[in-house]
Each structure stands twice: as C-alpha cells, then as structure tokens.
Design a protein around this ligand. Structure first.
Ligand code: SAJ
Length: 423
C-alpha cells in the first residue's frame, strides 16, 4: 500500500515518518521545494524530539520520499494549514489547493482523509472539490456506500513536544462520510495507532477537534481571570488554585501571560465564526486570554512607576528583563507567543531598556533584532530592575532569588513561590 501525505509540516511530516517506520511506502507532498529537498536528504525543518532520527531512518531505508507533485497512491492524507482569515473566518484555500492537486491522481478504491483542523462542513466541501475535478468518479455525497472514493475526517490531536508518543498512543476520532469510509480510515490508522480508533460522522469529528481546544481555552481563561481578580484582592492565585483543586471535583488549570501557539488561540474562533450568537462563552474565553498580555504589560508599567516613586532610578534608566519568549515551556517555538508579544510591546514603551533570556534559541530572532532587544544570560537578566518571568521553562528551576529594595519580580507562571521581597 502507498500513502500520500500532503503537507509536510508539524503534523504531516511526523505522520508520514511514523507510517514509513511501519514499513508503508509513503510519498510526502509539499509545495515548498526546499522542504522537499531537505527531507529527501533525510533532514527535517521542524523541531520535535526524535523526529530527525525517524525521518532519517525512513528516508535511508527507502520507505519515505518527498515530492512537489502528487503521485498515485492508495490513501491520501491532507495535513495542510487552515488559518483564520483576516480575523473573521477560517481559510480553506490550502485544503482546496491540495484537493485539486491530488484529484487527477485519484482512482476507484482510494481513501482521502482530511487531518487539518477544520470548521464543520469542511470535509463535505473537500469532497465537493474532488467531485468537481473528477466527474468520472463517484463520491460519498452522491453515491453513498457505493462510492469509488472514500472520504473521512480524522483530526490530529498531538501535543507539540510529544508528537511521536501521542501520535501512537492517543485515541483517534475517525469521521467517515459513510460507515464504509470510516472503516477504510480505521484500517489505515490501525497501522500505527495503539490507542482506540473511535468512529463517528465527519461533522462530529470536525466539531470534536474544535471542542477539545475550546475546552482547554475556556479553562485557561478561567485561571487567567482568577489571576487578575486575585491580584486586585491581594491573594496569591497559585495558592488559591492549589487549595481549590483539593476539592474532588475541581481541577483548575494554570494562569499565565496569555494563550499562545497556533491551535488553542485559533480553533475556538472557528466555532464562533460559524455560530456567533450561540458561542458566547467560547468567544469571551478567547477575549479573556487575548487580553492577558496587555494586562502583563500594564503591570510592568506600574512596577516602573513604583520604582520611580521610590526614587530608585530615573524612569529611562530602569532595565526590564523577560525570562522566556517561547509560547510554552521547554520548546523553542515563538509562533503566536504571548511572551514575545509582551516583550515587544514593553520595548515599545521603554526603548533600549528591555533584555530577554530564551535558552531554547541560539540566535536573536528578527523581531527582537528590529526592536533592539538583546538576548542575555540568565545571570545578567537577574540584575535588571524588573524581572518578569513569562515561560515556565525547566531552566529557571534554581533561580538566583535575591530581590532587593529596588528590584521587582513579576512571575506570570507561578514558578517562584517563595519570593521574599526585602521591603
Ligand atoms: N497554557 C496556560 N495554562 C495552562 C495550560 C496551557 O496558560 O494551564 C498555555 C500555554 O502556555 C500555551 C497555550 O496555553 O501558551 C497552549 O498550550 P497547550 O500546551 O495547552 O497546547 P498546544 O497548543 O501546544 O496543543 C494543543 C493541544 N490540545 C489540547 O490539549 C486540548 C494538543 O493536543 C492539540 O493537538 C494541539 O493544541 C493542536 O494542534 O490543536
């Protein structure tokens, strides 16, 4: 059996490599020739533990190769981005392009699976694009169980940083356009999935993925709202959450500087854009989480005013250090990172006064370069007048804590529990 994986990004490449590691013939398809060449040399363009080894082995053994042009295969997996266009609707242009690109290669008996996170109805839309390109073949929307081509949605649900483990061990939700389509997709995924493959409809599978990320967003928003309330009330939110979580039916997540990454901060908007009048909680959670970085910046500004009022230093001389730039702990990914956004907007208010520490990257990223924010050592950062912890990296485990009269520490992640300010 040959499997074509269209889109060799954070999901497509690991999935292609895992199929290849189970001795399936895999052709990876990507529109970017640099990505294709790199993979054909056995190298990878994304950072994910053990992925480099797996891809290298798969390419060397000949089970995985990459190309820009789709080829005939038994199953096609589409794992392309679905960005949220201009802030008001999901953009299916990549799914459309991928569908039209594979359509000429389709044969009776083929299976096409959409893996990309999608709004409800996207799988049916994909099937419609395929049918438009191939009037000579039959598809489930018109031919039902007798269709030549089988179509299913099987959303990815892996956690960046643990992709290879979660790909194998997580349960998979498989939504075929018909039961026969679902069965074909289950057979395919059972090649490597050790979790359960649970069957449903395509629309339910689409909504399921959006629901999972909205659930997490909502619960983080609750924690973030509590952190702002507690700040006003003079209560330690971390202690509060630890105590409340001792209740057998309470399990509050952790507040932070905001929600980053390309999934949780985006997917809930898919639901809001399709059902704006009904999705009231989901929208509010997004707004609460999106508002948190601004709150942190305001907090930093008030700390500056405090130091000025205490006559510690002139406003222009106050140095502010940010610990962590990634969108979450122990990764190097700066995409949609609230930590990065906070660092940049503080530097706009206090140009030349901001430094940052990010142990997971070696080179100063472009936005930092442009904003004149140097990357410094942890030791140097701890000398700043205001130190703001933004990411709970393991690297801060033994922070040198010696907060003087004229120094301020703002911990947005509750890593430092025993800060003793001397004043
Ligand atoms: N965060 C908090 N407090 C918490 C947990 C997370 O502030 O208690 C923040 C993180 O710091 C980060 C953001 O939320 O900025 C998102 O991080 P995450 O670890 O919750 O999730 P992602 O974006 O890395 O991956 C999510 C996962 N979804 C769920 O856990 C429901 C993953 O399983 C999905 O596959 C992925 O989205 C995706 O691709 O959709």
């Amino acid at each position: 059996d040959t499997i074509a994986v269209v889109g060799l990004g954070y999901i497509g490449l690991p999935t292609a490599a895992v199929f290849a590691s189970r001795k399936k013939w895999v052709v990876g398809v990507d529109i970017n020739p640099d990505t294709v060449n790199l993979i054909n040399r056995g190298e990878v363009h994304i950072v994910e533990p053990d992925l480099d080894m797996l891809v290298h082995a798969a390419v060397t053994e000949g089970y995985l190769r990459a190309t820009c042009e789709p080829e005939a295969a038994d199953a096609f997996l589409i794992a392309v981005p679905t960005p949220f266009k201009d802030g008001n609707e999901p953009d299916l242009a990549f799914i459309e392009a991928a569908s039209r690109a594979i359509a000429p290669r389709l044969k009776p008996g083929n299976l096409v699976v959409l893996e990309s996170t999608s709004p409800v109805g996207a799988t049916e839309q994909m099937a419609a694009w395929l049918a438009e390109e191939r009037p000579d073949l039959t598809f489930p929307q018109s031919a039902g169980e007798e269709s030549d081509v089988r179509i299913a949605h099987c959303p990815e649900r892996v956690l960046p940083g643990h992709v290879l483990r979660e790909l194998v061990h997580n349960d998979r939700v498989i939504g075929g356009m018909t039961p026969r389509c679902s069965r074909a997709a289950v057979d395919l995924y059972q090649t490597f999935v050790e979790g359960e493959c649970v069957v449903t409809t395509a629309r339910t599978a689409e909504m399921c993925k959006l629901t999972e990320n909205s659930f997490r967003d909502l619960n983080i928003a609750f924690a973030n709202e509590l952190s702002i309330i507690c700040d006003k009330q003079g209560i330690d939110v971390w202690e509060l959450i630890r105590l409340a979580n001792r209740h057998p039916r309470v399990n509050i997540l952790q507040p932070g500087p905001g929600v980053g990454g390309h999934c949780i901060a985006v997917d809930p908007w898919f639901i809001v854009s399709q059902t704006p009048d009904e999705a009231r909680l989901i929208r509010t959670a997004r707004e609460v989480n999106d508002g948190k970085p601004r709150w942190v910046v305001e907090k930093v500004k008030s700390l500056v005013e405090e130091l000025v009022a205490k006559e510690c230093k002139a406003r222009k001389k106050i140095r502010i250090a940010f610990l962590g730039l990634a969108f979450k702990a122990n990764i190097d990914d700066l995409r949609e990172s609230p930590a990065l956004a906070i660092t940049l907007s503080t530097a706009e208010e206090f140009p030349g006064q901001v430094v940052a520490v990010e142990p997971h990257i070696d080179q100063q990223p472009k936005p930092l370069l442009e904003a004149n924010i140097p990357l410094v050592s942890l030791h140097e950062a701890m000398q700043a007048d205001i130190v703001v912890l933004l990411v709970d990296h393991k690297d801060w485990l033994n922070l040198p804590l010696d907060v003087g009269n004229c120094q301020r520490l703002l911990d947005t992640r509750g890593v430092i529990t025993s800060v003793s300010a001397n004043d």
